[in-house]
Design a protein around this ligand. Structure first.
Ligand SMILES: [Zn+2]
Length: 254
């Protein structure tokens, strides 16, 4: 999960905040602002893009009206994330969310401890106990550690994630080789990598693999290549180091 900033509400021709009566009407605006990826697992979306209510659309305990049609409550999600999340209550106090937290500080992607041919989302090492609990609640909310091996499989996130892991490793190898070439062009090479990341998705893998390469980090954050990553989660004056997103929250600044 990458940290997202989808920006302010899009405006209509009169310059007023756009209002919709059908949540699907946000689809194109969301693709323009955050790209064609699931906001939670970051899998690239294909033919079937779902607009996701961060707060569920049907009434839930404590929220009689259900989630609103407002721009602020909308994201894109893949089928499995949307289905697992369903109408469960969601809050930035109990879950880490892409628009509220620097999720790169909180999650990791790794092979399952039993199944080496899979990749699942795990809490990052070194979290405090409360952060770990919240990270685990988020993984459960979205089923980011699910491995669906049924004949009637519908959730292939673990496979796509695993493929992305291999692509990122290959790109890292090729990148390091390229830096030794007499014709090495840092800008072009970084751009190629960001273009491959754009089609692969699962951005956490890319940001972690290239954390020590500012030229690549700059391109991964370029909104013209991959829109929507929250820029304030990276310290551009310090090699794009990850920054907590809520520095005034002394209990949990992430
Ligand atoms: Zn997803």
């Amino acid at each position: 999960m990458r940290p997202l900033d989808k920006g302010k509400c899009p405006t209509d021709k009169q310059g007023k905040n756009k209002v919709v009566i059908d949540y699907k009407s946000w689809r194109l605006d969301l693709i323009k602002r955050i790209g064609y990826y699931c906001a939670y697992c970051n899998m690239p979306l294909s033919a079937s893009i779902q607009v996701e209510h961060v707060v569920a659309k049907i009434p839930i305990p404590g929220n009689a009206a259900g989630g609103k049609l407002d721009w602020e409550n909308m994201l894109l999600a893949c089928g499995p994330c949307n289905t697992v999340k369903s109408n469960q209550p969601v809050s930035p106090h109990t879950h880490y969310l892409p628009e509220e937290h620097n999720t790169l500080l909180i999650f990791d992607i790794a092979a399952h401890f039993k199944h080496n041919d899979t990749a699942i989302v795990k809490p990052a090492p070194g979290l405090l106990k409360a952060q770990q609990t919240k990270a685990e609640a988020t993984i459960k909310l979205l089923g980011l550690d699910k491995i669906d091996r049924r004949q009637k499989v519908v959730d292939i996130r673990w496979q796509r994630r695993r493929d992305a892991m291999i692509s990122v490793r290959a790109c890292r190898e090729l990148f390091l080789q390229a830096t030794h070439s007499s014709t090495y062009d840092p800008t072009a090479t970084a751009r190629y990598i960001a273009e491959i990341a754009k089609t692969t998705g699962f951005f956490l893998l890319w940001f972690k693999a290239f954390a020590d390469q500012p030229s690549v980090m700059e391109k991964l954050l370029d909104h013209c290549i991959i829109p929507g990553t929250a820029q304030n989660c990276f310290d551009k004056t310090n090699g794009f180091a990850l920054l907590p997103r809520n520095p005034n929250n002394l209990v949990d600044p992430f």
